[in-house]
Design a protein around this ligand. Structure first.
Ligand code: G6P
Length: 468
């Protein structure tokens, strides 16, 4: 179960949506005759369950008002900024919270009705944090896992959320709660102690760090194909055959630190450390959550910066920043990784950042440099990257300078070492290790089997319905 179904609609047919999560879970769902429950991506439309690409799909309808309040509102204008260290201010609106509760109850009900006796239910991400407890209240026979793809905030930040106890309780309905980093596990443990009074040792055995990864075989296969190699040569040529090609590929999201990297790049041009005649920064900014004000503001800021840098340093032939507000196919993305010399990952906060893992996987035998923010989960594993603090523009400039002057042998050695780290934990390994842990029996005294309602704590046997 995830907010989105793993398919996109194109006219009258459905196509599997590209992405690591889908490539990891689709084979498991197919092999186990499982179902995927999620929102189909349209509003005010009821779609009956259907089969696509060998999977049974259960669409959860959302009205346009629910989409606005549950998805754009509570999920992406409250939880997303709160869990990403308040880069923008959350709006704690009670009507959004009520809709979040109602939509979570709808998702949970679909799982309750769909899951076979003794089934395993794996719930993904911050949109659905109340679902585990609601399912648990009605189905004692199922195993419930929850994986949070984004960071989990510190106690001091979570304290702001008026519904923090309900969210923690919702999650604690699961048998296993997975996070990207150990620091997220620590934050959750501290929060359940502070706000629910659960001692850390009682919750520890159900929490774990499971850093998500990428589909190494699929990336390697594309990277080694002749058509992608040809496309990458063409792209580099079309980008002006620069001596140095820097690349950024991100959803256009304020967590990604795109303005920070543009400012650092501009200063390096100003300082003449980078020559505008022979350097290009290609920035792909994939359109995202365009109905939300903070995303519209970010787009304005990024486009203003790109215009300013090109106005100052571009030539009649081309801009020094090549900016694309578009999304690209998997093959074109891999071709861009192969074409570039340096990838810039400057997130201000990021659960993992799979672009970094894709880049090193694609470039295993090609060298190149990865600039990686210390605030991305990937920094816990990719130690051989050039690690930067994106808030420190001078430090970021030093990192970018270092990346362009890396000696060829060092670059190869570092890239191969990082690629090997990703190979050891690819997305299939990630999925299986989570699901293996989910199969382990839960201790009967686990706090997860208890629910707190107001000031009292009761076991689940005593509670018939939780949520709505
Ligand atoms: C992040 C979230 C995912 C989400 C994705 C795209 O990676 O963790 O749950 O699907 O962003 O965002 P969108 O709002 O388009 O689903």
């Amino acid at each position: 179960m995830a907010n989105r179904l793993p398919v996109d609609r194109c006219k009258d047919s459905w196509h599997t949506a590209p992405g690591g999560l889908v490539s990891a879970l689709a084979p498991i769902v197919k092999a186990e005759s499982g179902a995927w429950i999620g929102w189909p991506g349209t509003c005010d439309e009821t779609i009956e369950p259907f089969a696509a690409d060998g999977m049974h799909l259960v669409p959860i309808p959302l009205s346009c008002e629910e989409h606005r309040q549950y998805y754009e509102g509570f999920s992406n204008a409250v939880l997303w900024p709160l869990y990403h260290d308040l880069i923008v201010a959350p709006q704690y609106r009670r009507d959004w919270w009520r809709t979040y509760e109602a939509v979570n109850a709808r998702f949970a009900q679909a799982a309750i009705e769909t899951a076979a006796y003794g089934a395993t239910i794996w719930i993904h991400d911050y949109h659905l944090q109340l679902v585990p407890r609601i399912i648990r209240s009605q189905r004692r026979d199922v195993r419930i896992g929850f994986f949070n793809h984004i960071p989990f905030p510190s106690v001091e930040l979570l304290a702001q959320l008026p519904w923090r106890e309900a969210v923690l309780n919702g999650l604690l309905g699961a048998d296993v709660i997975g996070f990207q980093r150990e620091s997220d596990v620590t934050n959750f443990r501290n929060a359940s102690q502070r706000f629910l009074g659960i001692s850390p040792d009682r919750v520890s055995n159900v929490l774990g760090a499971y850093p998500i990864s990428v589909d190494v075989d699929a990336i390697r296969e594309a990277a080694e194909s002749e058509s992608v190699a040809r496309l990458s040569r063409q792209l580099r040529h079309d980008l002006g055959s620069p001596d140095v090609l820097m690349l950024g590929i991100d959803r256009l999201d304020y967590t990604k630190g795109i303005p920070h990297r543009l400012r650092a790049f501009e200063e390096l041009l100003e300082d003449r450390v980078l020559a505008p005649e022979t350097t290009v920064l290609a920035q792909v900014a994939v359109p995202s959550r365009e109905g939300i004000g903070a995303y519209q503001d970010l787009r304005d800021e990024v486009e203003r910066l790109v215009g300013r840098i090109n106005g100052r340093f571009g030539t009649l032939e081309r801009g020094v920043v090549q900016y694309f507000h578009q999304s690209y196919s998997f093959e074109a993305t891999i071709a861009l990784y192969l074409a570039a010399d340096v990838l810039l990952v400057t997130s201000l906060r990021d659960g993992m950042n799979l672009v970094a893992k894709e880049f090193v996987t694609a470039r295993k035998r090609r060298g190149g440099a990865l600039i990686l923010s210390e605030f991305a989960g990937a920094a816990d594993e990719l130690h051989r990257a050039i690690i930067v603090n994106p808030h420190d523009i001078s430090g970021l400039k030093n990192g970018m300078r270092q990346a362009t002057s890396l000696n060829g042998d060092d670059a190869h050695e570092q890239m191969a070492a990082m690629a090997a780290t990703v190979e050891d934990n690819d997305v299939h390994h990630w999925a299986h290790s989570f699901l293996n842990d989910l199969q382990q029996p839960t201790d009967a005294s686990s706090p997860l089997l208890k629910i707190s309602t107001g000031n009292t704590t009761r076991t689940l046997q005593e509670v018939k319905h939780v949520g709505r």
